[in-house]
Design a protein around this ligand. Structure first.
Ligand code: 5AD
Ligand code: SF4
Length: 456
């Protein structure tokens, strides 16, 4: 059940703002993972249905929303930095400020107390309350809080308002029951629950009809997707069978219970992308055990071998450096396994203690900051070498690329991704194209992160 609590205005002085007979304009920024991007799309849809408008100019907004992440301390710090800047909008124009998502859920009233200019605080299961809480905050200045977690909320029947026209995220399950000892997600996003596959398929069909070419199925641990007699492999197959969907991706599966049927789906369906994100976290058995990951190094390697037997399926991963008690030898085991697997990409993080997690309660965060920093830098360096080697192998080959839009560095270039999710960039002058097109690109050069080519 969603609980909603209204709090009387605090002591901060807010200039009087006349309530105008127009639709209130919202400016929203999103931090963190793809699930947050997706949630922001849900929030846009819910607010627009209730008459709110959206602006990309914070100066013009009546409401400023930050959809936040809590996964590491630096995610918190980025939001605090932003909140500092927002005080100006509050003082000058009386804007209503809302903090949403995992950080709101994690810190709850503590955040309202420490940042009194926040008007509305809503966690990942409370977004249906947002239109009402914002309207109340705008019209009466009462603060609002909705931070109860739900066992059922999947935002069924709400069609997200998507920003991109090529890839669409669909969250197929929410929450996580794994309780890896370092991770705050089970506390900020609550218990696992899956969406009804019929709703997912209808949504995917609608997306195909609107011209979306790629669907990315999201879940904190997609292996846990269950609904009646449906499992995740069956769902992926059904989405892949929808006419018009060129590519289906998913993230993330957990190595501890990777379903063999999912591997069959990847190997047998040409439009299910041959690429798997398989978070390793550590290559040391002692550390994996302390992290509560539920697999050993050997089991992880066996899974990698099983994947490799099914074909050329590039792997990407997440790694944490400097987890509680991590010795040089344990760190080296991770580094060595990274080399052995030869990931296409690795996201490497410094361990960041999160309040109330099992690790925070059980183990001291005792690896010195300087050592964490050094280990992360070394692994990033090592991964760059591996990625460069993998990417240089592509020179001289022709790859299918889904055109996504302007390249980050130049609007004179297009950017897209290969099936294995490697970024490809090429000059627009080479050939007229448009986002959503599937193009054959001949690869001429490569860096650790990008392939450079020309369309055939
Ligand atoms: N510290 C550092 N990295 C973390 N991750 C999750 N929690 C933490 C933490 N407390 C990383 C894991 C996970 C990814 C999404 O974020 O590697 O797979
Ligand atoms: Fe966090 Fe582990 Fe759940 Fe992933 S599987 S969200 S790392 S608790």
């Amino acid at each position: 059940m969603i609980h909603q609590e209204l709090i009387q205005p605090g002591s901060i002085h807010v200039p009087f703002q006349e309530v105008r007979p127009k639709s209130y304009q919202v400016y929203m920024e999103t931090f963190g993972c793809q699930m947050n991007e997706y949630d922001s799309e849900l929030i846009r849809a819910m607010l627009k249905t209730q008459g709110f408008g959206f602006t990309d100019q914070s100066d013009e907004a009546d409401v400023i929303l930050l959809n936040t992440c809590a996964i590491r301390e630096n995610a918190h710090n980025r939001v605090y930095g932003h909140l500092g800047k927002l005080k100006y909008h509050k003082q000058e124009r009386g804007v209503v400020i809302g903090v949403l998502g995992c950080m709101a859920q994690n810190l709850k009233k503590e955040l309202l107390d420490s940042q009194p200019f926040i008007d509305v605080l809503v966690g990942p299961d409370g977004y249906r309350q947002l239109p009402k809480l914002l309207t109340t905050a705008i019209t009466t200045r009462a603060k609002g809080l909705s931070v109860d977690l739900s066992e059922y909320e999947t935002y069924e029947h709400i069609i997200p308002e998507r920003v991109s026209g090529v890839n669409a995220w669909i969250a197929v399950m929410r929450g996580c029951d794994n309780f890896c000892t370092f991770c705050v997600v089970p506390y900020t996003r609550g218990r696992e629950r899956s969406r009804d596959p019929q709703g997912i398929l209808l949504e995917a069909q609608g997306l195909a009809e609107q011209g979306f070419k790629q669907i990315t199925l999201l879940g904190q641990n997609v292996n846990s997707f269950r609904f009646d007699h449906w499992d995740f492999a069956k769902l992926v197959t059904a989405v892949a069978d929808i006419p018009g969907i060129e590519r289906v991706r998913f993230m993330s599966p957990h190595p501890k219970d990777f379903p063999p049927a999912l591997l069959d789906t990847v190997a047998q369906h040409p439009n299910v992308c041959s690429q798997i994100h398989l978070p390793l976290q550590s290559g040391s058995d002692r550390v994996l055990e302390a992290m509560g990951r539920g697999y050993t190094r050997k089991e992880y390697v066996q899974l990698v071998e099983a994947i490799r037997r099914r074909g050329d399926i590039p792997l990407t991963t997440d790694i944490i450096c400097g987890f509680c008690g991590e010795t040089d030898t344990e760190y080296s085991a991770t580094s060595q396994l990274m080399e052995e697997v030869g990931y296409h990409a690795a996201y490497i993080f410094k361990y960041s203690e999160r309040k109330n997690t099992i690790a925070a309660r059980k183990f001291p965060d005792d690896v010195p900051e300087a050592i964490k920093t050094e280990r992360v830098a070394q692994l990033i360096d090592r991964q760059k070498t591996i990625s460069l080697k993998n990417n240089r192998r592509m020179i001289g080959q022709t790859v299918d690329v889904l055109v996504e839009g302007d390249a980050k560095k130049s609007s004179q270039q297009w950017v897209g991704h290969t099936e294995s999710h490697v970024t490809v960039v090429w000059d627009k002058l080479c050939r007229p194209s448009q986002p959503g097109e599937l193009l054959s690109v001949f690869i001429e050069d490569a860096s650790a992160s990008t392939l450079f080519g020309r369309p055939n």
